[in-house]
Structures are given as structure tokens and as C-alpha cells.
Write a protein of this length. Sequence first.
Length: 205
Amino acid sequence: MNRSIIRSAFFVLLAFGILSIFLNVSGPQKVAAQQPTGSIPTVTGTPQGATIKVTYPEQINVRAGPSSYLYLPIGVLLSGESAPALGRSPGGDWIQIQYDGVPGNVGWVYAPLVGMSANANLPIVEPPPTPTPVTTPTIDPTLAAALIPAVTPTRLPTFTPPGPLVIPTYEVVGAQAGGVPLGLVIILLALIGAFGALISFLRGR
């Protein structure tokens, strides 16, 4: 009798355990949501300012100031590349842009080589001071004397005035005083020849 009671109790406990396992597996499970800790960062957008875009078909120079002669190039912008515009030169020919990686992170580009975004009202920016040379070139007089040949001055030739100008004179040839003119002699000889030719013609007939 004790064994039958023990068996019955065992089967009851076994059935209860199986039922409890089945209820736990098939039933909905409630999972507590994890609450975030700390502050959540917020992303705020900033309005985009004026920009320039290179319209020149080749790359252009970015210079340290608004001049091609007073300021050296500090970088380049490729054709079609854009950059934020910061200001204009007093004459409006140059535009100051943001150019990272150089002192001050700014540079200058020539305005006719770039296009400006619409509704761009740039402030006037004074140009930076022009760079001064690190050293002032000096000429060593000893080296200059060695390289420049010495020129010995020579006397200029003395001027000798030319002699007096002699104008030749010509005598009229033709007739001498008391003689027969040469033209008359030639005419007489021509007449004599013509007369002789006429006589010879008449004789031949």
C-alpha cells in the first residue's frame, strides 16, 4: 500500500512538473525594456554659406593674398572643385576662401576664374601684409671686383681737319681765238661727202 501511494505521488509530481514547464515555454514572456542612460545627442544643421566653384577648365592657384605678384601660391583648386567663400578684396577682383591646411586656413582665388553661389553677399576683407624677404641680398665688393673685368680707359683719336676743297675748272673746247669753229668744219665735210655720193650715183647711171 505504501508503494502504491508513493507511485501515485510520484506520477502526480511528474505530471505537475511537465505541466509547469509547458506553461512557461508556451506562454508570453515579458521582457523589460532597457532604458537608455545619459543624454541623447541632438544633431543640429547649420545653414550653408556662400561657396565658389572653379569654372576655369584647368586648375587654378590659391594664393596667400589678393595679388599674383605680391603673394606666393599656397595651393591649387581643380576644375569644378568648390570651397566656402569668406569675403572679397576691396576691389572685388579676389575672393577669400576657406582653405584648410595652411596658416589661418584661408586663401585667395582670382574672381574671374570661379563662379559664385546665388545670393552671395560677401564682406570686404582687407588683404594680409605682404611677405618680407628673410634676408636682404648684398653684393660682396671683393667678389664683384673679381668677376667684373677692369676696363682701361683709352684716349679718343684726335680730329684732323680736312684740307681745302679743290673745285676743278673746265675749259670750253670748240673754237680758239681767230680759228674756225669745229661745228662748221663738220658741216662742210658732211656736205662734201653728200656731194661726192651724188656724183657717183649720177655716173653710175
